[in-house]
Design a protein around this ligand. Structure first.
Ligand SMILES: [Cu+2]
Length: 169
């Protein structure tokens, strides 16, 4: 049974910086994070792909009138370093994004890849790396699900089922 960490940064997520989302990918940024003491059992929703397991997938429900939101997950790696190089979902546009302090302001940027460290975890979570979803269908409300295809440099491709939640934690 695998464990994953749960973000404590939900309250810090700022969704109002979409203007920063149109920038071109620059460098890959290391998403390595160490496990913390706060443990959530996500074994039910885990998907295995080679040495990787994808746990706790979730997307934030669309707010009224919006078409942009984001998906999050923990990518656990029991093998050599890998990279998430793309995400896609039918009927919308998905991009890999970082979320970092730039010149004193929190900004999101598109990145070419999200590193998954050897024997470590890449945490995609609010306020950090995430999969940005543009032109999302109005059906993306709490309680719904959608398919998201992930492509890794070494492990290859996998399609996961992402629950849409009001609170993505
Ligand atoms: Cu973003």
């Amino acid at each position: 049974m695998k464990k994953s960490t749960k973000s404590i940064f939900a309250a810090l997520m700022v969704i109002g910086t979409l203007a920063a989302c149109n920038q071109k990918p620059n460098s890959t940024i290391n998403a390595a994070t160490q496990a913390t003491n706060e443990i959530v059992d996500t074994s039910e929703s885990e998907v295995e792909l080679g040495d990787l397991s994808i746990a706790n997938p979730r997307a934030r429900a669309l707010l009224g009138g919006q078409t942009t939101t984001a998906a999050f997950m923990d990518i656990e790696n029991e093998g050599a370093a890998d990279k998430l190089i793309s995400a896609s979902s039918e009927g919308l546009t998905a991009e890999l994004h970082s979320h970092a302090m730039v010149d004193g302001m929190m900004q999101m940027r598109q990145v070419a890849a999200i590193e998954v460290p050897a024997n470590g975890v890449a945490e995609l979570k609010p306020g950090s790396f995430h999969i940005m979803l543009f032109n999302a269908p109005a059906t993306m409300v709490a309680g719904s699900n959608f398919k998201l295809k992930l492509k890794f440099e070494k492990a290859g491709e996998v399609e996961i089922d992402v629950p849409v939640l009001q609170d993505v934690g």
